[in-house]
Design a protein around this ligand. Structure first.
Ligand code: PLP
Length: 443
């Protein structure tokens, strides 16, 4: 009989981790998943309220319609065809995405497919530089857009202090501005009297802090940075006006926020952002590795080199496009964005009730089922409860609940929920019961 521990030990011997459990903690060995449940090798079931990180399993594990679509494509015996050829699932998926694209990209966008969120963002940046013939890029302090060498420079510079690559220089021309972190406003102000100083500073950065700005890239709600959620649509209206005035492209990184989690298919529609470019991944394939850079047709320059300006070998491979196409169908036909709103309201109500009796809950934020709970040692001082958040993750896992935790460049004290859109009310209630009991024990 093979034990879970022996598997984990063998894994550690032969796999090299880029991210993992703290030394000495053996990770669970997962073997099976369906809906909001994932099962380990010992038969223990977990409520997966983070979708195996940041809501990747957006419509749950092994959704039958996604599995059926992939099997159908396998039966058609076309697993891969190179990106410069046409394959049917890719064309169909690109058309479906255009039909649901946010803002004025609707029926007015062209998509370049790739395999992960970092790839999609690299494409977005490269495209912006080519299209605008400029090379500066502005992002937000607590951004996370991916882990390639260039994308790491989009993360706030304090991040470098904790990085193994320190003291690596940042990518030339990449700059950051403060984000809309109202709970800890950088300007010491409060919404709504703040007049959105955090949005208005973008104009100063474009005019005085950079030379040739091609694009401003942002997550509509910052995921890894701590579920930082702008307080209203007005924030993005100001951003839009500044970008339009200075001819700067707006790239909405919807790698986490896409695929219905906020209660709209795109957070860009939730906030009325009207972006020029949307990148998406994670929940897009509900577990299958696919990502996309959706570009408003109007901003594609006529002189874009048609022979070669960008290539990823697996971009738009038929198997993953078939999976992602099924995800679009399930979310739209089964009205799962409505479900995200309903389920999110239910979870939020429970969290608000909990907050009334818990001294550690400092802030609850997000939209739909894309939620964050910021833990603090004391609600008056707002001192981040980092060790407590880490402990809560371990304790909830022991009790059969998987949650996420914000990483760098956040403090690491925000518990993350990305409930799969197929989560039942009972599962959601149970998840909150577990979280409540763990936080009560810690208090
Ligand atoms: C907002 C955002 N963008 C991009 C990425 C990078 O995606 P990937 O890890 O698939 O390369 C992530 C991953 O966490 C993300 O949260």
């Amino acid at each position: 009989l093979v034990s879970a521990d022996s598997y984990a030990e063998k894994d550690e011997k032969y796999c090299l981790y880029g991210i993992g459990m703290p030394k000495g903690v053996l990770p669970p060995v997962f073997v099976e998943g369906y809906g909001a449940i994932i099962k380990d090798i010992n038969g223990k079931e977990y409520l997966d309220m983070i979708g195996q990180t940041s809501g990747v399993n957006s419509i749950g594990h092994a959704h039958p319609k996604v599995i059926a679509a992939v099997k159908k494509q396998l039966d058609a015996s076309l697993v891969h065809s190179f990106t410069s050829n046409v394959n049917l699932p890719r064309t169909e998926l690109a058309e479906k995405l255009a039909k649901i694209a946010p803002g004025d990209m609707r029926d007015n966008c062209r998509t370049l497919f790739s395999s992960g969120g970092s790839e999609a963002n690299e494409v977005a940046l490269k495209f912006s530089m080519i299209a605008k013939k400029k090379h500066d890029i502005i992002s937000l302090y607590r951004a996370y857009h991916g882990d390639t060498l260039a994308l790491m420079s989009l993360i706030g510079q304090s991040y470098w202090r904790n990085q193994p690559l320190f003291p690596m220089p940042g990518f030339p021309g990449f700059h950051q501005i403060p984000d809309a972190y109202c709970y800890r406003c950088y300007f010491g102000k409060s919404y709504p009297d703040c007049d959105f100083e955090c949005a208005r500073i973008l104009e100063h950065q474009i005019m005085y802090g950079s030379t040739n700005v091609a694009a401003f890239i942002f997550e509509p709600i910052q995921g890894n940075g701590g579920v930082i959620t702008p307080p209203s649509k007005e924030y993005f209206k100001i951003i839009r006006e500044i970008c339009e005035k200075h001819n700067v492209l707006r790239i909405a990184d919807e790698v986490q926020t896409g695929t219905g989690k906020t209660g709209r298919y795109w957070a860009s529609d939730y906030f009325d952002i009207r972006p020029d470019i949307v990148t998406t991944a994670k929940g897009m394939g509900s577990g299958f590795p696919i990502s996309a850079t959706m570009i408003k047709s109007d901003v594609v320059p006529e002189d874009l080199p048609d022979k070669h300006w960008h290539v990823f070998t697996y971009g738009g491979s038929p198997l993953v496009c078939a999976a992602a196409s099924a995800v679009v169908d399930v979310v739209t036909q089964e009205k799962l964005t409505d479900r995200a709103r309903e389920l999110g309201a239910r979870i939020r109500k429970h969290l608000n009730d909990m907050a009334r009796n818990q001294r550690m809950i400092g802030d609850i934020r997000g939209a739909g089922v894309f939620l964050g709970v910021e833990l603090v040692k004391d609600t008056r001082t707002k001192e981040p409860a980092i060790a407590e958040a880490e402990e809560a993750i371990v304790k909830t896992r022991e009790k059969g609940l998987l949650l996420g935790i914000s990483g760098k460049p956040g403090y690491g004290n925000v518990l993350e929920i990305r409930a799969p859109l197929v989560t039942t009310d009972e599962q959601a209630d149970r998840a909150i019961e577990i979280l409540d009991s763990v936080l009560r024990d810690q208090a």
